[in-house]
Write a protein that binds this ligand. Structure first.
Ligand code: NAP
Length: 282
């Protein structure tokens, strides 16, 4: 441990493992369908990364672009078609959606067996119950990163700042299952530094550059920065890296920390969905 937790090497090895397994599959290659409604700029970038990563891993990706004005019924009908399309193993609807569409309704419409984002209530329930299922990619990546560096959450005081369905909540379930003592903090939390500075493991998923500074971090803590914000000087995480690094025993950089793992585990989830559906081992 040189104090930096990099996700790059692990992401590469996950992607290689997926590609090798895809290569050895019988039948057509696994397929990922991404539905994108509207033209959110950041979403376009993320979706193009996903397509490229799929291509490299031998996964067939399809991007279904729908106009901003798409109605609820049109979107649900399209999801229904993709649910029934046998060439689609993994299906996700890129967020954020335009305001007139409900992300939670959409999450429930995706077939749980194809739900590679892990947002369907059935997968959420399976995660909390410790059952097999498809689970969100970013927290899966964080758990894999900790394991890769030999950091065992058992018995740790873990504080997660941010309670989204994509990161904070599912990560809480995963850390709890790994026997950490978990606290979720959010915008209404009183005295955030007082809380976070008692954490052995601090994860920030807020999206406010520099919100985690030296006074938020205990000496020797492991700090995981999930935040990605675009600033004038480029991409920025939630953590004031220079201030926190000398205090922390380990910290993830932005970019190059958690980020690369998200797409790697999307590929891995697509393969898992295929294998679960066809019963070809797990
Ligand atoms: P989100 O849905 O916007 O949630 C942000 C969370 O931060 C909310 O729970 C919010 O509290 C909390 N929060 C906001 N201001 C706060 C404050 N001043 N103090 C404490 N908590 C505060 O965000 P998300 O989708 O989870 O994403 C969070 C960040 O991670 C973003 O920068 C996003 O770009 C990044 N991200 C990165 C990856 C990756 O692959 N590395 C993946 C997903 C997301 P309330 O619930 O009270 O509003």
């Amino acid at each position: 441990l040189d104090g930096i937790l990099s996700g790059k090497k692990l992401a590469r090895s996950v992607r290689r493992r997926v590609a090798a397994r895809v290569d050895s599959l019988q039948g057509p290659p696994p397929g990922l369908a991404v539905v994108m409604v509207g033209e959110d700029e950041a979403s376009q970038v993320y979706v193009s990364y996903k397509e490229k990563a799929c291509r490299k891993a031998g996964i067939r990706s399809t991007v279904v672009r729908m106009p901003r004005e798409t109605s609820r019924d049109e979107l649900l009908a399209r999801i229904g078609e993709l649910n029934g399309d046998d060439s689609v193993d993994g299906l996700l609807v890129q967020l954020p959606l335009p305001d007139h569409l409900s992300a939670s309704e959409v999450a429930s419409a995706v077939l749980p067996e194809k739900d590679v984002d892990g947002f369907h209530p059935q997968n959420v329930g399976r995660l909390w119950r410790g059952e097999e299922g498809l689970f969100p990619c970013t927290p899966t990546g964080i758990m894999a990163l900790l394991e890769d560096y030999g950091i065992d959450p058992e018995g740790m005081r873990a504080v997660i700042v941010g309670r989204s369905d994509i990161v904070g909540k599912p990560l809480a379930a995963m850390l709890l299952a790994a026997n950490a003592t978990v606290t979720l903090a959010h915008s209404r939390t009183r005295d955030l530094p007082g809380l976070t500075s008692r954490a052995d493991l601090l994860v920030s998923a807020v999206g406010v550059p520099g919100i985690i500074g030296a006074d938020h971090v205990a000496r020797g803590a492991v700090v995981v920065d999930v935040g990605i914000s675009r600033t004038d000087s480029g991409l920025a995480g939630d953590v004031d890296f220079e201030a926190v690094r000398p205090l922390a025993s380990a910290v993830t950089p932005v970019p190059g920390g958690v980020g690369p793992l998200t797409i790697a585990f999307l590929l891995s989830n697509t393969l898992k969905a295929r294998e679960m559906r066809t019963g070809s081992g797990l």
